[in-house]
Write a protein that binds this ligand. Structure first.
Ligand code: TYD
Length: 205
């Protein structure tokens, strides 16, 4: 039996997911709640190996379908090993990226059929759908500037601006398709203002 709550953060690179997850986790813990923060790709020993491979700019020759399968493999491991057990223990699970990243990046970004990816996602997640998806929406130029700062881009960040425009659009379309779980938050504002909006969007209680 699943008695916890499952919150997912989504958005293009540089939307500020990491900062907002840290702030929300702190807030929920201060309320005495048990919180587990995790991420995709990653979150398990096998997943962290897949993550290293997926983000390595040396693997630029990866086929888009292979890429989709590896994100799905990571998700399958993550759901069974980490997310479901934590939800069964009644924890609040906050996950940095989930199913919707695959539809946005591999579907809208790379052009893989989204119907196929939805089936793949269903298999990988064992049908587990979050209680809330926080989509941090930001314009592509600001996001990429924030993401990169001084560091070198990883394999996905090397993509052109047009790729991220499609990814952003893919997220906004998914939010329209699933209004019952998605909340779209304008993430260009000051981080504490964005945090206020995120907390207000965790309104299932
Ligand atoms: P990460 O460093 O976690 O990005 P961020 O800090 O912006 O969340 O890198 C994850 C990258 O993997 C990111 O560029 C999005 C991509 N990704 C996919 O393309 N498909 C997926 O299903 C997932 C989970 C991530």
């Amino acid at each position: 039996m699943v008695s916890g709550k499952f919150i997912v953060f989504e958005g293009i690179d540089g939307a500020g997911k990491t900062t907002q997850i840290d702030l929300v986790a702190k807030n929920l813990k201060e309320q005495g709640l048990q919180v587990l923060c995790t991420r995709e790709p990653g979150g398990t020993r096998i997943g962290e190996m897949l993550r290293k491979f997926l983000l390595d700019p040396a693997n630029g020759d990866i086929n888009p379908r292979t890429e989709a399968f590896l994100y799905a493999a990571d998700r399958s491991q993550h759901v069974t090993e980490v997310i479901l057990p934590a939800l069964e223990e009644g924890k609040i699970v906050i996950c940095d990226r989930y199913l919707y990243s695959t539809i946005a990046y591999q579907g809208w970004g790379r052009g893989i059929d989204t119907g196929f990816l939805t089936s793949l996602n269903g298999l990988a997640s064992d049908g587990l759908v979050p209680d809330r998806v926080i989509l941090l929406d930001i314009d592509v130029d600001t996001g990429l500037q924030r993401a990169l700062g001084e560091r070198l881009p990883d394999r996905l960040e090397i993509e052109k601006n047009a790729f991220f425009q499609r990814v952003r659009q893919g997220y906004l379309e998914q939010a329209k398709l699933h209004p019952e779980i998605f909340r779209v938050i304008q993430a260009g504002a000051d981080k504490m203002e964005v945090n206020r909006r995120v907390l207000a969007a965790l309104d299932w209680r």
